[in-house]
Design a protein around this ligand. Sequence first.
Ligand SMILES: *[C@@H]1O[C@H](CO)[C@@H](O)[C@H](O)[C@H]1NC(C)=O
Length: 216
Amino acid sequence: MARVFGSFVLLALVFSVAMATDHSPLQDFCVADVNGQVLVNGLTCKNSSLVQASDFHFSGLHKRASIFNTALGFGVTPVFVAQLPGLNTLGISLARIDYAPFGINPPHTHPRASEILTVLKGSLEVGFVTSNPENRHISKVLNKGDVFVFPKNLVHYQRNLGKKRATVIVALSSQNPGLIPIANVVFGSKPDIATDVLAKAFQTSNDVINNIQFKF
Ligand SMILES: *[C@@H]1O[C@H](CO)[C@@H](O)[C@H](O)[C@H]1NC(C)=O
């Protein structure tokens, strides 16, 4: 009995380790070959003899996001595998997020990553919602130096509470966390999800849905 229990514990440990992040590296590094033509899970490795320090380096997180969503009041500077090829197979990445006064990063999920956030400047309301059937909204106001974690896959958001800009750094447990903005995928898909499907789902009229779909 003890031995059976022991194997279960071992199995549980093996699986929790194996599934904690992107797949584990099988060599020191596998710098992404940006010109690779082979389709694999992740990106193929650049010849390790040709790898340079620059493959492990990114510069620019001291600057505000260059691509800013003015309607929502936020901008993201990603440091994912596309920006930093040395991240390939390592299961981690980083981003800087800037918020205009009262700006929001709207509800979204990352299909491949948990996210840990720290506030460098300003104060933010952050939150996520647990899965069905509880749908519990867990939220908190954060100030400079505070840290908050958004568990993998759960819908989460941030809002700048102040009249000044806010800045955070987030770390993610994937080289390529992926992004599912709820409003865009539901109301802005191409082609549209049928208006009456969404009207029933959201228990409202076709007119209301049409109006929202038009904006996306
Ligand atoms: C990797 O690069 C080195 C140095 O240029 C070269 O000698 C070697 O053949 C390359 N390996 C592969 C698999 O292309």
